[in-house]
Write a protein that binds this ligand. Sequence first.
Ligand SMILES: [Zn+2]
Length: 265
Amino acid sequence: MIDTHAHLFLPEFAKDLDEVVRRAKQTGITKILLPNIDETTIDPLHQTVKLYPEYFYPMMGLHPLSIKDNWHDQLAIIKTHLDKQQYVAVGEVGLDFYRDYGMPRNVQEQVLETQLEWALEKGLPVSLHTRNAIDRTIEIVSQYAKKGLKGVFHCFTGTYDQARKILDLGFYLGIGGVITFPKVKLGEEVIKKVGLDGIVLETDAPYLAPQPRRGRRNESAYLKYVAEFLAKLLNIPVEKVDAITTQNALNLFPLPPTDDIGQDT
Ligand SMILES: [Zn+2]
């Protein structure tokens, strides 16, 4: 399995990252993708990747909720890094219209579009965060998908219609702990209808731990609960969930080929 979205560079993992990695490998996680958040997390991100260069793969981007008044400067920093070294995606980027916690919508959209342009330029996929903004994000992304942009709607919790549109654009759905929450029946219905084509697994660690670990710090090893949940939901072996979602992640992200699933290296 590949954890396509985990923030293991955050302070929540400072004390026991080695243990977190050990448990992830033991669980059969072969790679972990680390999306950046903003200019303050770039150093921790790079330091963390250096510790496990064959296991951690960084993304570079500015998260919508981190956009400040000086966003021109923030974007310039992100761009400098994108030009300097290799990343597996532009992320995490997107739109967050929830309770207007973030910057005005037009600013968020401008920051998103700038980063989508960069992704196209670099030939990289994007990792998209959307909250109360799926339809608008789909609208914007559609223009770029026509030019060849690919990406994932991380932590997808939308409707079947939204899922269909996203998959028709050639984009992927990132499925994590939220699918296991008893009250999120919508997600189950969507997965039953779309199946696993276009699904990639993710934890969003340290956030959104799946049942039965809900409420605790999330970590990559808990991805197995998501995989097991999907296997049960679709009535297929968990190995099949692993194989399909791993292949999807390898199709989307520029990653080296993965070793045998479950191999403990
Ligand atoms: Zn995230």
